[in-house]
Design a protein around this ligand. Structure first.
Ligand code: FAD
Ligand code: SF4
Length: 329
């Protein structure tokens, strides 16, 4: 690890004055500094800031940026009102990591693309602008099929962020220029020609909270994750869904995907296709087809298209009463 300056902020004002790279749980940042992928000259420890509270806000929920993954997943209001968020967090990492990890660090976590994380591989546009993409020409079995570009096909690794985008999460940011609120779907950026730009955090800005609007029918939601083994593995494909049924008809629905997109993927067109339809397997399969119709798979990750479709259908079946083969009973 390279030498760096360390500062510890006791309050928000100090954190904004010090600036540098903010250290929350450190489970991503310290890893990447050890690997020499991240090289901040100043690290500002924000763990003493009072940003851990989770509570009601305007009918919705405000989650302090430094609330741990464990505290968020186990919070009664999250479990009661947004069970898909709780399930998504618990499907990620290990208990020890979830205890350390913060919610802000979770959405800010960087990709697990091995070419990005290993300096022995010289080609990575995200790490070294213009150097090429080792994954497109190399091993891309676990890479993205949605939101990719010619420059980068890396998956956004967060499970929690998939549930958060399904729930229309916004972030409150405090910075030298003041306060602003931004939708998580606008905050996290697709790679396009600049894969090194991953988010819309301005220099010195601090995430202070994650905000969920009221969505009473989110109680009828779930998170389904497919991975190579049952613990300690990132998603090959995942879906966060919530459904509002009017009798047997889908009145409203939320669908977001993980493991397949360069950002946590909100499948808005699939939602549109499903609204007003009967809650049948045929309608779910059509929505899943729409969700993946713009997929751009490569040779080794084409399997993710079918896998993600199946995950969507299974998740929708789970929240609408189990596997169905025809019309709803
Ligand atoms: C072995 C292992 C397995 C894992 N498996 C999974 C998994 O299956 N699913 C999953 O979703 N995740 C997984 N993770 C990732 C883990 O969830 C993240 O590392 C963690 O959530 C990051 O949070 P942190 O608080 O430790 O962030 P840090 O490492 O402290 O910070 C990460 C980044 O966020 C920035 N940051 C943090 N907080 C703020 C803030 N308030 N304002 C501005 N910037 C901020 C930091 O500056 C840094 O750039 C795994 C991690 C490991 C090590
Ligand atoms: S997919 Fe993205 S992160 Fe991975 S090697 Fe290519 S440019 Fe780098």
């Amino acid at each position: 690890m390279r030498p760096f300056e360390y500062g510890r902020a006791e309050n928000e004002g100090q954190a904004l004055t010090l600036g540098g790279r903010f250290l929350a749980g450190g489970t991503t940042l310290i890893d990447l500094m050890r690997l020499d992928v991240e090289r901040p000259s100043l690290v500002t420890d924000i763990t003493r800031l009072p940003l851990r509270e989770i509570g009601n806000a305007g009918g919705g929920l405000r989650i302090g940026a430094l609330a741990s993954n464990t505290a968020t997943a186990e919070h009664p209001l999250v479990r009661e009102r947004y069970p898909l968020l709780s399930e998504a967090i618990l499907a990620g990492a290990s208990q020890q990591i979830r205890n350390m990890a913060s919610m802000s660090g979770n959405v800010m976590q960087r990709t697990r693309c091995p070419y990005f994380r290993n300096l022995d591989f010289p080609r990575c546009n995200k790490r070294d602008i213009g150097s090429g993409c080792g994954a497109i020409e190399g091993d891309h079995r676990k890479h993205a099929v949605l939101g990719t570009s010619e420059c980068c096909i890396a998956v956004h690794a967060s499970d929690a962020a998939v549930a958060l985008v399904a729930l229309d999460c916004s972030l409150t940011l405090h910075g030298p220029e003041g306060e602003r609120e931004v939708a998580l779907t606008d905050f996290l950026l697709k790679p396009e020609n600049h894969p090194e730009l991953e988010h819309d955090l301005k220099p010195g800005e601090l995430i202070v909270s994650l905000n969920l609007p009221a969505l009473p029918w989110a109680v009828n939601g779930t998170y389904l994750k497919v991975r190579e083994r049952e613990s300690y593995a990132f998603a090959l494909a995942s879906a966060a869904v919530a459904v509002d049924l009017d009798g047997d008809t889908v009145r409203d629905v939320r669908i977001a995907l993980g493991g397949v997109g360069t950002v946590p993927w909100r499948a808005r067109e699939a939602e549109e296709a499903l609204r007003g339809q009967p809650a049948t397997r045929a309608a779910f399969e059509e929505a899943a087809r729409v969700a993946l119709r713009d997929a751009r798979p490569l040779a080794q990750n084409a399997y993710k298209v079918g896998l993600a479709r199946n995950v969507i259908v299974r998740a929708l079946e789970r929240v609408t009463g189990g596997p169905m083969t025809g019309e709803r009973a």
